[in-house]
Write a protein that binds this ligand. Structure first.
Ligand SMILES: C=CC1=C(C)c2cc3[nH]c(cc4nc(cc5[nH]c(cc1n2)c(C)c5CCC(=O)O)C(CCC(=O)O)=C4C)c(C)c3C=C
Ligand SMILES: [Fe+2]
Ligand SMILES: [Fe+2]
Length: 353
């Protein structure tokens, strides 16, 4: 059914019984990874099942992977991950921090876009796994009259396991539309000066508030199996380049900053060095005052709030580390919103000028 609740028009010269069409708009659909609806066993199991059954994330043959996933991993991990989610849950809003922050980012980007383009644009967000689903949001935008959609996966660096699978879900949603809107996807933005600048400002701000300058800044990126790199995924290179651009923008020496990878999952070798081991090595080598940031995450989530700020911190302190400063993700920081809005404006050229 076409939604005729907003300014609906009938095409000129159309017969009187022709369906009315909503006024044409451009939709901007932000996409993040997704998060469980709750931290109980079944909510966790549903979320992890959808996530870990995605071939872009775990690319093993189903006949080998599914029995292992269904019988072993999904009988234990929902409990351990559920406890981790419980420790960071936004109990007031009844949702995970990733959901709250994505909602805040969307509201601010919506304001910025409406100021720039007026009511010709609509802004919303969707998740790759769980709710709100990509399909439901694509449908809603089309219903509201969006004949053009800009799809923006909120990952600064491209990875098959994140940006590509988000795009897959978007294209799958378009497959079932009778009248497919024109669409564009946004490319990775790790090298956009405004994004690097927003990161640098957040680090300068954090350093300015510290009594003593940290010995080193650890840039901890989510990992992927090293095999994905050798098979052609550029994620590793884009992470390395992000750190280099950040170092150059800060005017720092090579020894002031390092790149590490976290969140290893399963038995394969992942991108290295592993953050959890590297922070312990740093402490053992006398670097007992460190700062850590997570430039691959556009929003704080379980991997930063729990894994970095609890597990990785513990590893550092256990090895003799003294001061561990976690620098939050850019979240709904004004400089971040301005950077993301700039990326959107570049990608809307020719559609809305
Ligand atoms: C930022 C980029 C990300 C990459 C690359 C990525 C790859 C990747 N992740 C897993 C497995 C898990 N990731 C989990 C959580 C999670 N991952 C990202 C981002 C990337 N993942 C985010 C933003 C989150 C947080 C979601 C939230 O609700 O806060 C989880 C779930 C938590 C847990 O049980 O540990 C898993 C599992 C793999 C296997 C992978 C690459 C192959
Ligand atoms: Fe992940
Ligand atoms: Fe993790």
């Amino acid at each position: 059914m076409l939604d005729t609740t907003n300014t609906a028009t009938r095409p000129r010269h159309a017969p009187a019984d022709h369906p009315t069409l909503p006024e044409e708009k451009v939709g901007i659909l932000l996409a993040n990874l997704g998060t469980p609806d709750n931290y109980d066993y079944w909510s966790m199991r549903r979320y992890l099942n959808e996530f870990l059954s995605d071939k872009r994330v775990i690319d093993y043959a189903s006949w080998k992977w599914q029995p292992l996933l269904q019988l072993i991993i999904l009988s234990k991990r929902p409990f351990t991950s559920g406890a981790a989610y419980k420790s960071i849950w936004n109990h007031q809003a009844g949702e995970s921090p990733l959901m709250t922050i994505t909602r805040q980012q969307t509201a601010k980007i919506k304001d910025a876009m409406e100021q720039r383009y007026g009511d010709r644009v609509m802004v919303d967000f969707c998740m790759r796994y769980g709710n709100p689903s990509t399909r439901s949001k694509v449908r809603a935008l089309i219903d509201a009259g969006c004949r053009k959609i800009l799809f923006f996966p909120l990952y600064p660096q491209y990875a098959g396991a994140t940006s590509a699978t988000a795009n897959d879900a978007f294209f799958r949603a378009l497959m079932t539309e009778k009248w497919q809107p024109t669409s564009r996807t946004v490319e990775p933005y790790f090298d956009q000066p405004a994004y690097i600048d927003a990161l640098a400002q957040s680090i300068e701000r954090a350093y300015a508030g510290l009594e003593k300058r940290p010995d080193i800044l650890v840039c901890s990126y989510h990992g992927v199996p090293i095999r994905y790199l050798t098979e052609g995924d550029p994620y590793h290179c884009q992470c390395q380049k992000t750190t280099r651009l950040l170092k150059e923008r800060l005017g720092w020496a090579d020894t002031d900053i390092i790149t590490t990878f976290q969140s290893k999952f399963g038995p394969e070798v992942w991108l290295q060095p592993y953050t959890v081991e590297e922070v312990a090595r740093l402490a053992a080598r006398g670097k007992t005052n460190i700062a850590i940031c997570a430039p691959a995450f556009s929003a704080d989530c379980i991997e930063t709030l729990e894994e970095i700020n609890e597990e990785i911190k513990e590893s550092f302190e256990h090895a003799g580390g003294e001061t561990f400063t976690y620098i939050p993700c850019l979240n709904d920081d004004d400089a971040h919103i301005a950077a993301l809005s700039g990326v959107i404006e570049q990608n809307l050229r020719g559609w809305l000028d």
